[in-house]
Design a protein around this ligand. Structure first.
Ligand code: TXA
Ligand code: MG
Length: 331
């Protein structure tokens, strides 16, 4: 572990050149980065994560200026979105270029590219001056890390993985993924950059992602999952929470944790003890930022996690997407 001063950044860039891995903060979640042009480094990422090696990785670049090395036939829409949202939490899927090897794209004809905005991520990318392949720095299928402490908890081998510290991930959810390789742009994974914002910039309506859309591990049914079973309770059904909790307690399905805003938690004091209640922010952006830390904390306190998310609008769409995947039947 290292504080991300300029010395640590230089060291980290050297590690990457040696084919080793660096876990680094981005504004979305922590990434587990390796030199995207070294197949051995990329293989190391898959091994460390326990992820099937045919899943494509996102390549992080220091600026859109390098896009031509990594993608070809870049449509005007890509430049428009890059101009509007980079550096930031948007990943573009484009036809793969000269530097995008099979090991990174999982053999797909396309590549995912993003320029992150977190200062530590940008400094690392500038020092490295190349593409860093980085999935979220968690074991496959688990909850993405939003702090260096979360990454340390994943137990990666310190001889292989250096952890850079940085201010918290401001967004807290993985980037929005837009596929620009098909006939029409389509959102493959919702994030803090919303479909509406993208439509505003492109002045068109986005297509629905369908069966034909490129495969994307974030689109597997069960993903982003904590150990505990997750049950989503829409805000409008919060009044039924007490009954649901009593049912679970009666069935003795395990310890129950509830994640909700204070007004809702206040109604549950006679059903579950305070230490089984986790307070969530009312503001949707703050909610997104804290969601993964809350799920990790809930996992340490209980086996069944009831959660009352904010409305499914704006970044709420991404929150619901991750929670649905977290609550889907486990593979
Ligand atoms: O915010 C983020 O995107 C974070 C930070 C570290 O940048 N990264 C991240 O990576 O979430 P990962 O590997 O956990 O998720 C990347 C998603 C996967 O679902 C993968 O399938 C999809 O992007 N993806 C990557 N390349 C793709 C491609 N060529 N076509 C379709 N999906 C792709
Ligand atoms: Mg991930």
């Amino acid at each position: 572990m290292d504080r991300a001063n300029s010395h640590a950044i230089t060291l980290a860039a050297d590690w990457l050149r040696q084919g080793k891995l660096v876990a680094f903060p981005t504004e979305t979640v922590y990434g587990l980065g390796g030199d995207a042009t070294q197949p051995a480094a990329v293989a190391r990422i898959f091994r460390a994560k326990g992820r099937p090696s045919n899943h494509p990785l996102i390549v992080h670049l220091p600026s859109a200026g390098m896009l031509n090395d990594w993608a070809v036939d870049i449509p005007q829409t890509a430049w428009q979105l890059a101009e509007a949202f980079w550096p930031g939490s948007l990943t573009l899927i484009l036809p793969r270029g000269r530097l995008a090897a099979d090991c990174v794209t999982g053999g797909l004809p396309t590549v995912g590219i993003r320029v992150p905005s977190h200062p530590v991520a940008l400094e690392l990318l500038q020092a490295f001056a190349g593409g860093i392949a980085a999935p979220s720095a968690n074991r496959f299928g688990g909850v993405s890390p939003t702090s260096a402490a979360h990454v340390r908890g994943e137990g990666f081998d310190p001889a292989e993985v250096m952890i850079l510290e940085g201010e918290a991930c401001e967004v807290g959810l993985e980037s929005t993924i837009v596929d620009l390789s098909g006939k029409f742009p389509a959102v493959l994974r919702p994030g803090a950059v919303t479909a509406e914002q993208i439509e505003d910039v492109l002045r068109l309506s986005l297509a629905e992602a369908d069966e034909q859309s490129p495969r994307c591990s974030g689109r597997l049914e069960s993903h982003y999952a904590p150990r505990g079973a997750v049950r989503i309770v829409p805000r409008k059904d919060a009044t039924t929470l007490k009954t649901q909790l009593r049912a679970v307690l009666a069935e003795e399905l395990g310890r129950v944790v509830v994640i909700a805003v204070p007004e809702i938690l206040a109604t549950l004091n006679d059903v579950i003890p305070r230490e089984q209640q986790l307070l969530s922010p009312a503001d949707t952006e703050a909610y997104a930022r804290e969601l993964y830390a809350l799920l990790r904390e809930a996992d340490t306190r209980g086996d069944v996690i009831f959660i009352v998310p904010p409305a499914e609008i704006g970044v709420g769409v991404a929150i619901w997407d991750r929670l649905r995947k977290a609550s889907a039947p486990r593979i």
